[in-house]
Design a protein around this ligand. Structure first.
Ligand code: PXP
Length: 248
């Protein structure tokens, strides 16, 4: 039996990080999105953070105009971001937790503790035609809560697994991978579309690409880093090849 296709969403945030480091106009994240499109990406992901540390409002406007691929707009569940999403109506909105002091999105959303507010927050986004995704850990309570609040998609956080691999702790990584695998199966059985991402690289993508219930992986920092050495298009093409090989 062949596995259903697995989409690759390319996160271009860190092209903007590099641009903003010098306050220049380059490298342009929209140009990166167009390169990603050419190289076999199935979607573009961009996170507009409250502090605008990488992607800025104008990038979102330009992306909506310039790219043919679906945009997955990552944002915190705030009134400001909801208004921006409703104005642009991207294909997908992925709600993520956001802390000012963090270097990157550290954990998943606590959907279970914030279910009432999130139900009300998600409803107008759904009515506007956006597929709403929640970035969560593999905790079954969070997966069940995601169904209750009306999400169409959950994206499971792979960051912990990737860190454990990087730290040379294979046993702990195997445990985390097993928990993620269970979470993917549970979310799929509950009728959610299941995505995964954070921290994925050439070395860590295979076990996720092999999970038949997963429909999309979102990958950014590693691809932009690898682009320094091999170019963005070839890095994306190589990731695509590794995903296809592991998918079988
Ligand atoms: N998915 C989500 C929800 C994220 O917040 C991020 C980071 O912005 C990613 C995927 C991509 O993570 P990375 O840049 O580490 O590949």
């Amino acid at each position: 039996m062949t596995n259903p296709p697995l989409r690759l969403g390319v996160n271009i945030d860190h092209v903007a990080t590099l641009r903003n480091a010098r306050g220049s106009a380059y490298p342009d994240p929209v140009r990166a999105a167009l390169v990603a499109q050419e190289a076999g990406a199935d979607g573009i992901t961009a996170h507009l953070r409250e502090d605008r540390r990488h992607i800025i409002d104008l990038d979102i406007e330009r992306l909506m105009e310039a790219i043919a691929l679906p945009l997955n707009f990552e944002m915190a569940a705030t009134a400001e971001m909801q208004a921006i999403a409703l104005r642009h109506r991207p294909h997908a909105v992925c709600l993520v937790p956001e802390k000012r002091e963090e270097r990157t999105t550290e954990g998943g959303l606590d959907v279970a503790s914030d279910a009432n507010r999130l139900t009300g927050f998600i409803a107008p986004l759904r009515e506007a035609g956006c597929r709403v995704s929640l970035f969560i850990g593999h905790d079954p309570r969070q997966i069940e809560a995601a169904v209750r609040v009306g999400a169409a998609v959950v994206e499971l956080h792979t960051g912990q697994y990737c860190e454990l691999i990087a730290e040379g702790r294979p046993d702990a990584a195997a445990e985390e991978l097993a928990a993620l695998r269970k979470g993917v199966a549970l979310a799929h059985a509950a009728g959610l579309e299941v995505h995964a991402g954070h921290g994925l690289s050439f070395d860590t993508v295979a076990p996720f690409a092999a999970m038949s219930e997963l429909r999309e992986l979102n990958i950014g920092h590693f691809l932009v880093s690898e682009a320094v050495f091999m170019g963005l298009g070839p890095a994306i093409a190589e990731m695509r090849r590794l995903m296809d090989d592991a998918r079988g």
